[in-house]
Design a binder for this molecule. Structure first.
Ligand SMILES: Nc1ncnc2c1ncn2[C@@H]1O[C@H](COP(=O)(O)OP(=O)(O)O)[C@@H](O)[C@H]1O
Ligand SMILES: O=C(O)C1=C[C@@H](OP(=O)(O)O)[C@@H](O)[C@H](O)C1
Length: 201
């Protein structure tokens, strides 16, 4: 979901693993030749953005040793899952209140689906995120690995997920990825090829 920390945590994962890091929104901007996703939505349309997002994910899916921070909406198209399943997918599950707090802090201008002409930024972001979460239903649960910030906070004895650092979250993601790969190897289903393509969702 938007603001869940895909880029922040994804970059740490890439560094630790010695993989390359890509942000699919940035690749779409480059492919289209526009400086921002917001402008692509405005000048073209969401559908145009989604088509380009799908082709970027398709191209990335044939590469190895990379971590990709997808856009939060990549989960809505089954064709994207077909490509994302060529690697290992990680869902950063962040409570909507925490997402809305982060987004209100940085502003909504770069996230066209949340951008509203007026109103309290936290309330507007929370309301739009709730609608998107409802529309997207269980789509995020298709991910191979779920990293729940509420679970990490409980484990570390914090009363609030906002006390978690990106490193806390990346470490938990690495533990979960390791468990998934081990299980995959034992059951013989083998994520292809040994999870060398990781996306944070
Ligand atoms: N664990 C965290 N705690 C607090 N703020 C965070 C955390 N992770 C990311 N952020 C902040 O939240 C905002 C969105 O993070 P980002 O990584 O860009 O999310 P995404 O790529 O999922 O949209 C950024 O301002 C980032 O600095
Ligand atoms: O959730 C979404 O539909 C979107 C998420 C955004 O990426 P981030 O999740 O990196 O903000 C970006 O792709 C676009 O604004 C749409």
């Amino acid at each position: 979901m938007m603001g869940s920390g895909k880029s922040t945590v994804g970059k740490i994962l890439a560094e630790v693993l010695g993989y390359s890091f890509f942000d699919s929104d940035k690749l779409v901007e480059q492919a289209v030749g526009m400086p921002s996703v917001a402008q692509i939505f405005k000048v073209h349309s969401e559908a145009f953005f989604r088509d380009n997002e799908s082709s970027v994910l398709r191209d990335l899916s044939s590469m190895r040793r990379l971590v990709v921070a997808t856009g939060g909406g990549a989960v809505i198209r089954p064709v994207n899952w077909k490509n994302m399943k060529k690697g290992l997918s990680v869902w950063l599950d962040v409570p909507l209140e925490a997402l809305a707090r982060r987004i209100a802090k940085v502003g909504t201008a770069s996230r066209p689906l949340l951008d509203q002409p007026s109103g309290d930024p936290y309330t507007m972001a929370f309301s739009k995120l709730s609608t998107l979460a409802e529309q997207r239903g269980d789509a995020y649960a298709n991910a191979d690995v779920r990293v729940s910030l509420e679970e990490i906070a409980a484990k570390l004895g914090h009363d609030d997920v906002s006390k978690l650092t990106p490193i806390d979250i990346a470490l938990e993601a690495l533990h979960k990825i390791e468990s998934f790969v081990m299980e995959d190897t034992v059951t013989g289903s083998q994520t292809e090829p040994q999870a060398q393509w990781i996306q944070t969702l």
